[in-house]
Write a protein that binds this ligand. Structure first.
Ligand code: CAO
Length: 453
């Protein structure tokens, strides 16, 4: 006997509509009562919506990016009577029905735990299940772009424990039905990692760095101090930056592009850009030059598989741009940059960076990048060493252009020089290739006609 049940969004407190940032199940999946189906994110927090039934998912009614409110149907589950009965006694994680029914919260898999919500300053009761009150939402550096269907199956309690232990669930083998990861699986994984010496300061799935814990210092002994909690973006991006920094062998190649002609062209096009309702900064030229370089050096437009054995080449050209926001760094992605002109890219860049600063980017808009650009040219500096935005293989840092005397073989000429800093993953990219890539990039900027070739 089976019965189809619609699983709906429960009461989400003050919120009318909130975006779905993650769909955790696909059609055909078997779910237990209380298994998470989707993750919702408001401008304040995230929550997982659990299934109210055990059974088989026969329809998924929402997709990432959809906005949902109380009563909206998330999925349809074919309920088996026997499954419903069995789930009452306790699940394979050893939790009782009541324990599992407690609202539990989580960020996207692999994202760091950001629990312990602070007390609400406004005195209102917190919405049950919401993770914390810290503004604003978007997750900047995304994990490997996993298909929703490939997300590891685990109950909220196991996900929570994994986050607390810093374990990436995709690396854990599940012994439950359909590969479901149980608490015992997780503990066995950690035990094995500890025994084989692969535990790291940053988690059990890393590369065996035996780093001493930082010293505990009571700074107030030396003078007055005050504590400020890091923004949610920083608390999420920090561990990702740390992981990328310690797990990728970075090398940074420096070069300079003579952008005297490019700048003259940019200034000459100013009115045209203004007439089109936008403004062209050097960054849009850089995006086009990067696309040309990715075409010329296709192994830069790729990602390394997690086992480090396969290079996944991309046939599309999506470029991420680091945007400095009041709450931290986010990296929206401009898609199909090979198919867009300078003015169109300028429009998109303005739109994305404005929405990034307002905390209004959608999760999807920060996914799928092939290569990132971090431009500090509007601020200053001569060079820096940007951290690769994994799973990408390289990132271009851009500093402020400066008029410099350049020897033309007979005399010094005043030329506007743009500093480029390319950080690359040395596991895939050799130093010579990085030097060629950066030089090629500079040549595109030096003679924009090359971009037409
Ligand atoms: N050299 C000289 N001037 C430059 C320049 C460069 N390389 N890049 C930009 N400028 C100029 C622009 O032309 C603009 O001048 P005008 O107003 O006179 O035209 C001014 O600097 C400000 O530019 P901008 O920063 O507003 O615009 P942008 O397109 O260059 O950058 C954005 C947009 C969103 C990338 C930028 O605002 C930003 O957030 N940058 C910080 C990124 C960051 O934090 N990176 C570090 C991450 S850690 O790796």
């Amino acid at each position: 006997m089976s019965d189809k049940q619609e699983i709906k969004v429960p009461d989400i407190g003050d919120f009318d509509k909130v975006p779905v940032i993650e769909v955790l199940v696909s059609v055909g999946d078997e779910v237990e009562k209380e298994d998470s189906l989707v993750t919702l994110e408001s401008d304040k927090a995230t929550m997982e919506v659990p299934s109210s039934e055990s059974g088989k998912v026969v329809e998924v009614k929402v997709a990432e990016g959809d906005e949902v409110g109380e009563g909206d149907v998330i999925a349809v589950v074919e309920v088996y009577e026997s499954a419903g009965d069995a789930s009452e006694g306790g699940d394979e994680d050893g939790k009782s029905g009541d324990e599992r029914r407690k609202p539990e919260t989580a960020s996207s898999p692999g994202a760091p735990d950001t629990h312990s919500p602070p007390a609400r300053a406004d005195g209102n009761q917190a919405v049950p299940g919401w993770k914390d009150d810290v503004p604003p939402p978007p997750v900047p550096f995304d994990e490997m772009d996993r298909e929703p269907g490939s997300l590891p199956h685990a109950s909220p309690s196991v996900r929570k424990l994994a986050r607390e232990l810093g374990v990436e669930l995709s690396g854990v083998s599940g012994s439950g039905r359909k590969g479901r990861i149980t608490e015992d699986d997780l503990k066995a994984h950690v035990r094995q990692a500890m025994e084989s010496g692969t535990a790291t300061a940053g988690g059990a799935g890393g590369a065996g760095l035996n780093i001493a814990a930082p010293p505990q210092v009571d700074f107030s002994k030396f003078g007055e101090v005050e504590e400020e909690k890091l923004s949610r973006i920083k608390r999420i991006s920090g561990p990702n930056l740390h992981r990328n920094w310690v797990s990728i062998p970075h090398v940074t190649q420096f070069d300079e592009a003579d952008v005297t002609e490019m700048e003259a062209f940019r200034k000459a096009s100013k009115q045209q850009a203004e007439a089109a309702g936008t403004k062209m900064t050097p960054l849009v030229f850089l995006i086009k030059a990067v696309v040309a370089a990715l075409k010329e050096f296709p192994h830069f437009n790729a990602s390394l598989s997690n086992d480090g054995e396969v290079l996944i080449r991309k046939k599309y050209f999506h470029v991420g741009v680091a945007v400095d926001t009041p709450n931290g760094l986010v990296v929206p992605v401009l898609r199909d940059c090979d198919q867009k002109g300078l003015i169109e890219l300028a429009h998109e860049l303005t739109d994305l960076s404005t929405r990034a600063r307002d905390g209004k980017l959608k999760g999807d808009e920060m996914k799928g990048g092939c290569f990132s650009i971090s431009s500090l040219g509007g601020i200053g500096g001569t060079a820096f060493t940007p951290i690769i935005n994994a799973p990408e293989l390289a990132i271009l840092g851009v500093s402020r252009s400066e008029m410099k005397p350049v020897w033309d073989g007979e005399q010094f000429q005043p030329r506007l020089m743009l500093p480029l800093s390319l950080s690359y993953d040395h596991r895939v990219i050799d130093g010579a290739d990085a030097a060629r890539f950066t030089r090629f990039l500079a040549e595109q900027l030096e003679d924009l006609r090359r971009l037409l070739l």
